[in-house]
Design a binder for this molecule. Structure first.
Ligand code: GAL
Length: 638
């Protein structure tokens, strides 16, 4: 498949007289895709039932006439004021009970059924009008579910729906649930929390001290299901009127809903990649790391999401928004190093992206994102990224196809485990995402390509190494499949530490089939007191005490086992290691992987036919007898 480029465009932001020229410039640059529409509800329907589609018809015609393919977004992330006035209780409430009100975007609660009906209506009218329009080549539902912390809502609507959801989880006689079963499952005998009726159950906020973790975890599962249902409602309607593929644009490090479940209803996964914003805002790295990569972005964060969304999209995935220059929303917003926009684009292609779309065509001189660069400056002169996009276009013309291939390493990623860790982190700053990302980074520092796979994966054929760190509830059939796979498997810490109802299972974790390895005590630790390991590396944050098991591969200086065999092909790691510790475990258990320690800041990615190197560092490095400058990309046949 030919890889393509595109751009995000807002015709409603610019005088109509400018559209044709914009479209021609996009086409001249070689762009294929233009995404429009996702925030334009007020222009589509200024007042209830009063639709104005003519401007959008003309915009789509103009773009189509220039040869561009349109990705049409449903506008449900920005309900206009009249919708909010009609449904004054449609806003989400934060955990403190404050209304998250009008004046920006994503100001809705996923559980509000009146708002959902408004969404169904606008999506239906849109899909009826544009479903068979030859210029509409794909759809996008809403915009970045969960961005700005918008999944969890403590509204009345959420409370009503949560009770219904719980009744279905604990079915009883007739329409009512079995409240005794819920009490038993949650352990409500503790602190006299037993309920007599589902209608007594509140949301797990505004409690004096922590709420019951089983209650909170159930709420997290519920909130995720609400996003899945919200998206499904739009998808069902669009499919009635259109055969074009449907995507959603996920946001980096948003884990409050299960992207695999949303993705199951879609044709394409896409995500919005802002490497410099993320480095400052959500990678979670220390200040030295942030300084080293300030103009390049974290060397693993983008790749992690590429590999995640390849799985979410069942192979089909895009970058819907690619950072083109300084953004407006992170604590600091530097310019990318020259060449980085090109590097980010090629890295996405090397991980299998079908398309990369830049955000946005022209910098807006008004409103919230004035300080956000585009391909063009506000005066329509080309900004720096324009030239880099052009360079990629030229390169794409002669580049061989990127051939997809299974990676040697698989990492299981389980949103449910992320919620479990956040419900019960046991130590400040400890997160499932952080743990999995650290293991991912260790693989990449060893030059290994990785597939991220969903938690319902049971077939591990073709992998040399599978990692499932921190997956707090691990179903027995997954344990069995991993054991039977004969692939090397790394689990722990906290893998299988809870049952499905958030209780400590007995026999104690990890209860691995055929092994007596037992986690006998768990402790979290101050991040500034790392525990040294014999032979190098440290454990920080989390350290479990284990008994039993087989060969010990790694111990603390004090002699406590840290990596222990618990089956012919399985290693349990009883702590949160640093990169050095994780790399040592990988090298010890999978010597056949041909791992190779990468120079600082350099990462590589293997496809079916080629090997790519990406230089995220700010200096020239030697790769395969060549000089690879800062922000450089090297591509060689394998
Ligand atoms: C994304 C969003 C875009 C734009 C962009 C700015 O999160 O989808 O609409 O706001 O960030 O970086």
């Amino acid at each position: 498949m030919k890889r393509t480029l595109g751009v995000c465009y807002y015709p409603e932001h610019w005088p109509e007289a400018q559209w044709a020229d914009d479209a021609q410039r996009m086409a001249d640059l070689g762009l294929t895709w233009v995404r429009i529409g996702e925030f334009a509800w007020k222009r589509m329907e200024p007042r209830e039932g009063e639709y104005q589609w003519e401007w959008l018809d003309r915009a789509i015609d103009t773009l189509g006439a220039a040869g561009l393919k349109v990705v049409l977004g449903t506008p449900t992330a920005t309900p206009p004021k009249w919708v909010c006035k009609k449904h004054p209780d449609m806003f989400a409430r934060d955990a403190q009970g404050h209304v998250r009100g009008y004046g920006s975007r994503r100001h809705y609660c996923f559980s509000h059924q009146g708002f959902l009906e408004e969404c169904r209506r606008i999506v239906r009218v849109m899909a009826e009008r544009y479903g068979r329009n030859a210029n509409i080549a794909a759809w996008q539902t809403d915009n970045e579910y969960g961005c700005h912390d918008t999944v969890l809502s403590y509204s009345d609507a959420a409370q009503t729906r949560f009770r219904e959801w719980l009744r279905a989880q604990f079915p009883g006689q007739g329409n009512d649930g079995d409240i005794d079963a819920l009490n038993a499952a949650w352990g409500n005998v503790f602190w006299s929390m037993d309920y007599d009726d589902f209608d007594e159950i509140g949301l797990p906020n505004l409690t004096v001290t922590e709420a019951n973790p089983a209650h909170v975890h159930a709420f997290r599962r519920f909130a995720s299901d609400e996003v899945v249902a919200f998206n499904q409602a739009q998808v069902e309607i669009i499919r009635t009127y259109s055969d074009a593929p449907i995507a959603h644009n996920y946001m980096g490090r948003v884990t409050e809903f299960d992207h695999f479940k949303v993705g199951a209803d879609l044709d394409i996964a896409s995500w919005d990649s802002y490497p410099l914003g993320f480095l400052e805002d959500r990678v979670g790295a220390d200040a030295a790391h942030q300084r080293a990569y300030v103009q390049q972005g974290d060397p693993d964060f983008q790749a992690f999401h590429h590999d995640l969304y390849r799985a979410v999209g069942k192979g089909r995935w895009w970058i819907m928004e690619q950072q083109p220059g300084p953004v407006n929303w992170a604590p600091y917003n530097p310019s990318p190093l020259p060449g980085m926009v090109r590097l980010w684009t090629w890295e996405a292609f090397a991980h299998g992206a079908e398309a990369v779309c830049y955000f946005r065509w022209r910098q807006a001189p008004f409103a919230q994102e004035q300080m956000h660069a585009g391909l063009l400056r506000p005066d329509s002169v080309e900004a720096e990224a324009f030239g880099e996009a052009r360079e990629v276009m030229v390169e794409l013309a002669d580049a061989p196809e990127v051939a997809p291939a299974q990676a040697p390493v698989a990492i299981l990623f389980d949103y449910d485990a992320d919620w479990a860790w956040s419900v019960q982190p046991h130590g400040a700053g400890l997160s499932y995402f952080g743990l999995v990302f650290d293991w991912y980074r260790a693989c990449r520092k060893l030059g290994l390509s990785v597939d991220i796979v969903p938690p319902d994966t049971r077939d591990f054929a073709g992998y040399n190494l599978v990692l499932a760190p921190g997956m707090m509830h691990m179903p027995d059939d997954l344990k069995g499949a991993l054991q039977a796979s004969e692939v090397e498997v790394i689990i722990g810490p906290r893998t299988a530490a809870r049952d499905d109802g958030f209780n400590i299972p007995v026999p104690l974790p990890p209860a691995w089939p055929g092994s007596d390895l037992t986690v006998s005590r768990v402790q979290s630790m101050r991040p500034d007191l790392p525990v040294p390991l014999v032979g190098g590396g440290f454990v920080t944050g989390y350290l479990e005490q284990v008994e039993g098991g087989g060969d010990v591969l790694l111990t603390t200086d004090a002699g406590a086992p840290v990596a222990v065999r618990c089956g012919p092909n399985v290693t349990y790691v009883a702590g949160w290691g640093d990169d050095a510790a994780h790399m040592r475990v990988i090298e010890a258990v999978a010597p056949d992987l041909a791992a190779e320690r990468m120079p600082e800041g350099v990462r590589r990615r293997d496809t079916g036919t080629e090997r790519f190197w990406f230089n995220y560092s700010n200096r020239t490095v030697q790769i395969e007898d060549r000089e690879l400058p800062a922000a450089g990309v090297l591509r060689l046949a394998r």
